[in-house]
Write a protein that binds this ligand. Sequence first.
Ligand SMILES: [Zn+2]
Length: 285
Amino acid sequence: MQPAALQTVELPPATPPQGMSLSALPTGSMTSRAAFAYRGGRFGDEREFAMTAVLVRHPRGDLLFDTGFGRHLEQHLALQPALMRATANFSKGTPAADQLAAHGFDTGRLAGVVLTHAHWDHVSGLDSLPGVPVWVNAAERDFIAGGGDMTSVARSLDRLEFKLYRFTDRPYLGFAQSLDVWGDGSVVLVPAAGHTPGSMIAFITLPSGARYALLGDLVWQAEGIDLPAERPWISRALADVDASAVRENIARVAAIHRRFPQIRMLPAHDARAMGSLPVFPTAAQ
Ligand SMILES: [Zn+2]
């Protein structure tokens, strides 16, 4: 479906149950520059990149979307390309697992950690969540297994229990495929390949009617959707496996943003967007 066809698409129905909620778990940050984040961004425009996990509680199972930084950030950082280490400053916060435990949340009861994609800064905290299934699609599992630098941290975490999910051929907001995780429209995953082969976007709808799109790294800052604008060439070359697929998915999401501005777009690293979410244990409902 082309983005233009969205004009005739209605907001997908959802019946999120009472007890469902969404919370942010900020785990650290990185400073970089708008010039590296989106085409047209200025070099002098310093940006904080959020490293934030998102907890979506649901009576049928609580899911953590990505982990952000974990307890072994230094070791994980050492596995990254020198150029990346040289061009960014990292600051370490409290790992998601520790934030959950501090408030009496038994991480063993998480139904899964759902990865928007398997880059190091999204999986670093998995080492503190032993036994929690890691939800990936086949494309991302193969990307991890493929041996590339970009997934060295995911491979270094042994004993990960992958839970493979599959998309169905049911379209969702202009995406050809989707997976309605709990069957009530409250958590819907769509494939958004390009940044990595199995990159995924999660659409969340809460009982209040509030809607969110966890965009992962489709774009790094909100301007990527608002303008819209892809990453500049250096960042595309370093970070994306298929820049033209990223471009197509940005166009798709930008069309959703225009047609349904009530869906809050959450690029994983946009500190303004992620910083607007309630921090665990507070939650949006
Ligand atoms: Zn990434």
